[in-house]
Design a protein around this ligand. Structure first.
Ligand code: COA
Length: 248
C-alpha cells in the first residue's frame, strides 16, 4: 500500500509511524486510519504511533462530516472501529507518543494503543459533543475502562480537554515526558529482543474482553510452550546464561 498520510521508518528495531497530514494538526480521515492499520500489520516489532510537534491528531477530519447521513455515519464509525480494534487486538505492543493535541478521533486512536506517553501540557479529550456529535471510534468504552464511568461521562458529555498531567492522574496516560517520542523509544526498546510471542499473548490476555479469560490463560500457557523462545528462555536459565530470544 502506498502511504499518503503517514511516514513509516524502522529505528533501532522499532517501527515508527508518524501521522503526517497536510495540516499540522493531523486531522484523521479513514484513508489515514487504513494506512496506520496496514503499517502496524506489516510490522513484527514494537510500534510507536506519533504525530507532529503541534498535534498527535486534532481528531477526525471535520470536513468529512458535513454530508454524512445516518447510514454513511454508521459506516464511517465501523471503519474506524475496525482499525482501533486491530491495534488493540494485534500481538505487537503499540505505543502512542502524544505531543500537544490529541482530540476526538485522535484521542480515540491513542486510547486504542497499549500505552500513552504525553507531554505535561498536552491537551487530550473526547470533544465531539462540542460539534453536537459523539465519539464513534470506541472512545466512550475505552475512556470508561481507564478513567471509570463517572469521569468518562463527565469529560465526554462536556467535551472537556484535560492536560497530560490530569490524564496521568486519571490513569489515561501512562507516562509524562518532555519528549514523548524519545520516551516511547525507550519503552519500545524494552521489547526488542524479548520473547515477542509470549508478549503478544500477554497483551491479548490482559486486554481481553472474553467472558472466560481464565480459560484463555490456560490455553495460552499451553500454546506458549510451542514457541522456540520458551525453550530458549528455560534452557538459558538452567544453563546459567542470558537467553537469546528470536520472537518465534
Ligand atoms: N478536522 C479538520 N480540520 C481541522 C480539525 C479537524 N478535526 N482541527 C483543526 N482543523 C483545521 C482548522 O479548520 C484550521 O484550518 P484552516 O487553517 O484551513 O482554517 C487549522 O486546522 C488550524 O486550526 P485552528 O482552529 O485555527 O487552530 P488553533 O490552534 O486555534 O486551535 C484546536 C486548535 C485543536 C483547539 C482547534 O483546531 C479545534 O478545536 N479543532 C477541532 C477539535 C475537535 O473538535 N476534534 C474532534 C473532531 S471529531
Amino acid at each position: 500500500m502506498e502511504y499518503k498520510n503517514i511516514l513509516v521508518e524502522e529505528r533501532d528495531g522499532v517501527s515508527v509511524i508518524r501521522i503526517s497530514r497536510e495540516n499540522k494538526l493531523n486531522p484523521l480521515n479513514v484513508e489515514t486510519l487504513k494506512e496506520i492499520k496496514d503499517a502496524v500489520s506489516r510490522s513484527d516489532s514494537p510500534v510507536i504511533i506519533t504525530g507532529s510537534e503541534k498535534a498527535f491528531s486534532a481528531g477526525a477530519d471535520i470536513r468529512n462530516f458535513s454530508g454524512l447521513k445516518p447510514e454513511t455515519a454508521y459506516h464511517f464509525a465501523t471503519e474506524g472501529h475496525d482499525v482501533m480494534d486491530y491495534i488493540a487486538g494485534c500481538d505487537r505492543i503499540v505505543i502512542a507518543a502524544v505531543r500537544n493535541y490529541a482530540l476526538g478521533g485522535g484521542f480515540e486512536l491513542a486510547l486504542a494503543c497499549d500505552f500513552r506517553i504525553a507531554n505535561r501540557e498536552a491537551k487530550l479529550g473526547l470533544t465531539e459533543v462540542t460539534l453536537g456529535i459523539l465519539p464513534g471510534w470506541g472512545g466512550t468504552q475505552r475512556l470508561k475502562e481507564m478513567a471509570g464511568t463517572g469521569k468518562a461521562l463527565l469529560l465526554t458529555s462536556q467535551g472537556k480537554m484535560i492536560s497530560g498531567e490530569e490524564a496521568l492522574s486519571l490513569g489515561i496516560v501512562d507516562f509524562l515526558a518532555d519528549d514523548p517520542f524519545e520516551e516511547a523509544m525507550k519503552l519500545a526498546r524494552n521489547y526488542t529482543g524479548s520473547p515477542l510471542k509470549a508478549v503478544g499473548m500477554i497483551k491479548s490476555l490482559i486486554r481481553s474482553r472474553a467472558s472466560n479469560p481464565y480459560e484463555d490463560e490456560k490455553e495460552a500457557f499451553g500454546k506458549v510452550f510451542e514457541t522456540d523462545d520458551a525453550r530458549e528462555g528455560v534452557s538459558a536459565f538452567l544453563e546459567k546464561r542470558k537467553p537469546v530470544f528470536r520472537g518465534r
